[in-house]
Design a protein. Structure first.
Length: 209
C-alpha cells in the first residue's frame, strides 16, 4: 500500500470508523449531540492533530522522501515552512479537542484553507507538468474530504446545541466528555507515533507490510 493511500485511510477514513465503533460500544452515547461530539473528537484528534503532526515530522525530518512521493525536487527550504504550517494545524487540532467554543470553527477554517490551497497547488502542477505522483494526485482526496467532514459534522453539532433539550455546556456533559476526549487524544498520539516511526524505518505504519 502506498504512503498516500495509507494516509487517506489513517487520517480520513479511520477517524470515522473508530468513532462508529466507539458509539456502538459506549452505552452512554445515547443522544445525537453526544454522537456528534464523539465523531468530532476523533476527526480533530486523528484528522487534524495527528495528520498535522505527522506532516510536520515528514516535511521537516524526512523531507527528501516526502518530496519524492509528491514528485517535487528535494532540498527546497520552503518544505520546512510547510512542515511548520502542519505543526500549527496539529496544535490547533489538539487544542480544539478540549474546547467547544468558536475555536473549533477557527480550526476548521485553517484546515480548509490549507487543504484546499494545497489541492489547488497540486492540480496546477499536474496541468503544467503532468506530474502524477501519488503525493501529487491521490493525496488530494484526503485534502478535500477531511475538511468537508470536519465542517459538516461541526455544523450538525452546532445545530444540535440549539435544540431545547441540549446539554451542551452543562457540568454533566463536560464530565461525560472529558475522558472521551482523553481517549481520542491517546489514540491520535499512538497513531502519530506509529506512522512517524514506521515511515522513518520504511514501514509507514506499524503493523502493515
Amino acid at each position: 500500500m502506498s504512503v498516500a493511500l495509507l494516509r487517506i485511510f489513517i487520517f480520513t477514513v479511520l477517524p470515522i470508523l473508530i468513532a462508529g465503533m466507539h458509539i456502538a460500544l459506549d452505552k452512554t452515547v445515547w443522544s445525537r449531540e453526544r454522537k456528534l461530539e464523539i465523531v468530532l473528537l476523533y476527526l480533530l484528534g486523528l484528522g487534524v492533530a495527528a495528520n498535522g503532526l505527522s506532516g510536520f515530522f515528514g516535511h521537516v525530518f524526512m523531507s527528501d522522501l516526502v518530496a519524492a512521493s509528491i514528485g517535487w525536487p528535494s532540498g527546497n527550504p520552503f518544505q520546512l515552512e510547510v512542515g511548520f504550517a502542519n505543526l500549527a494545524l496539529g496544535i490547533l487540532g489538539i487544542m480544539a479537542m478540549g474546547r467547544r467554543d468558536g475555536f473549533r470553527e477557527a480550526t476548521a477554517v485553517a484546515v480548509t484553507v490549507f487543504s484546499v490551497g494545497a489541492t489547488i497547488t497540486h492540480v496546477l502542477d499536474i496541468l503544467e507538468t503532468g506530474n502524477l505522483a501519488p503525493g501529487n494526485t491521490v493525496q488530494n482526496i484526503s485534502n478535500l474530504l477531511r475538511p468537508a467532514l470536519l465542517v459538516g459534522f461541526l455544523t450538525a453539532s452546532r445545530r444540535a446545541e440549539r435544540s431545547t433539550d441540549s446539554e451542551a455546556g452543562s457540568v454533566r456533559f463536560e464530565a461525560w466528555r472529558a475522558p472521551r476526549a482523553q481517549a481520542a487524544g491517546f489514540a491520535a498520539g499512538i497513531i502519530t507515533m506509529g506512522f512517524g516511526t514506521g515511515f522513518g524505518l520504511g514501514w509507514p505504519m506499524m503493523g502493515t507490510g
